[in-house]
Design a protein around this ligand. Structure first.
Ligand code: ATP
Ligand code: MG
Length: 342
């Protein structure tokens, strides 16, 4: 019987699964030591002074802990959290219920803040700086301005694209933190802790193998752990040894560098269609039938970090390391061969 393809390109999104694994307090978070040290100081100072915490912006690739930090901070402060998302706020008036219902010192978390429309961003300036909202409702002769005084609140923004925020909005965040990729030992620790929470019997070498193949990203590590656990339960008596982990990851199309089919497809497209580059991201996205945002937000950051890809002013170029990893002849090799057989 042919086997069903098991893991689709999109990682499974099971809310309960992620809620259970998400650290609840900052002390439970692994890695990001310098970010945590700075956050502990501003949180502690705000608490000692009994003031609201300054606004905080988190940026970095998906799955590195932006939402996790945003959820932990109000818990540390003992204040309520209200969550909104950039694409959900379409017009300035959509901000009103969020801002006017905030309690003193509460946290408003706006996820994907780079997707707020420009007009909404502009209203946030005075809300963030002066805790005031002057909104014009209606237009022409019926227009009227509403002036609202807001309680002192903390805005936490998260974005995968800090560069897309307007400078005035960016500058109104007192603290800006970039979340970077995790080291192998940090990610191994996250896999071990998640396995414990999920009651998975996981050998140490299997934990580091899963971490090594998780693109330095906690969310991916947790997803891969979940897949390996399913594989072990179904095929290997529930115990995750190194061999079981390797077999499970291979079956899901995850290679030794942790790249999945989409990552390899991206590199192969540049090589096959654009002779290795330089190629513009729109053209690559078009060829792959994906949105350019998916490529720049989800696929490229890790390929850049792994030095499989470089960005040049003229477009993306794959590196010799990428040819080697994909076991494809690089143009340099082909030139040598041509010379050899000429
Ligand atoms: N520092 C950490 N320690 C332990 N687990 C973490 C850490 N950071 C993230 N995780 C785990 O990874 C998962 C994804 O993190 P999170 O949702 O915070 O990412 P994100 O940066 O908000 O991603 P996105 O940009 O896609 O919204 C969390 O559910 C959590 O279990
Ligand atoms: Mg998030």
């Amino acid at each position: 019987m042919p086997r069903e393809p098991i893991l689709s390109a999109a990682p499974p999104q099971d809310e309960d699964f992620h809620r259970d694994l998400r650290p609840q307090r900052i002390v439970d978070m692994v890695g990001q030591r310098d970010v945590i040290e700075r956050l502990n100081i501003v949180v502690d100072a705000a608490r000692k002074r009994g003031e609201s915490l300054g606004h905080i912006l988190f940026d970095g690739p998906p799955g590195l802990g932006k939402t996790t930090f945003a959820n932990c901070i109000p818990r540390e402060l003992g204040v309520p959290l209200v969550t909104a998302s950039g694409p959900g706020i379409k017009a300035p008036k959509d901000l009103i219920p969020y801002l006017t219902n905030l309690e003193e010192h509460a946290v408003l978390f706006i996820d994907e803040i780079h997707r707020l429309p420009k007009a909404v961003e502009e209203y946030l300036y005075s809300a963030m700086e002066d805790f005031r909202l002057d909104i014009v409702l209606g237009d022409g002769i019926n227009a009227r301005t509403i002036n609202l005084r807001l309680k002192r609140f903390t805005l936490i923004g998260a974005t995968t694209r800090a560069g897309m925020l307007s400078a005035p909005l960016r500058d109104r965040f007192a603290t800006r933190e970039h979340l970077g990729f995790y080291s192998l030992s940090e990610l191994t620790e996250i896999v071990r802790r998640s396995a414990k929470k999920l009651n998975v019997k996981l050998h140490d070498d299997a934990a580091s193998e899963i971490a090594r193949r998780s693109r330095a990203t906690p969310r991916i590590a947790n997803n891969r752990l979940r897949w390996v656990r399913d594989f072990a339960d179904s095929q290997a008596g529930g115990i995750v040894t190194l061999d079981v982990a390797r077999a499970a990851l291979a079956m899901a199309g995850i290679d030794v560098l942790g790249l999945d089919k989409q990552d390899r497809g991206y590199l192969e497209t540049i090589i096959r269609v654009f002779t290795g580059g330089p190629a513009g991201v729109e053209a690559i996205a078009h060829t792959m039938n994906l949105s350019p945002d998916t490529l720049t937000d989800e696929v490229e950051p890790y390929l850049l970090r792994s030095e499989l890809l470089v960005r040049t002013p003229r477009g993306r170029v794959v590196t010799a390391k990428a040819y080697e990893h994909l076991q494809l002849p690089s143009p340099a090799d082909t030139d040598d061969q041509r010379r050899l057989f000429a």
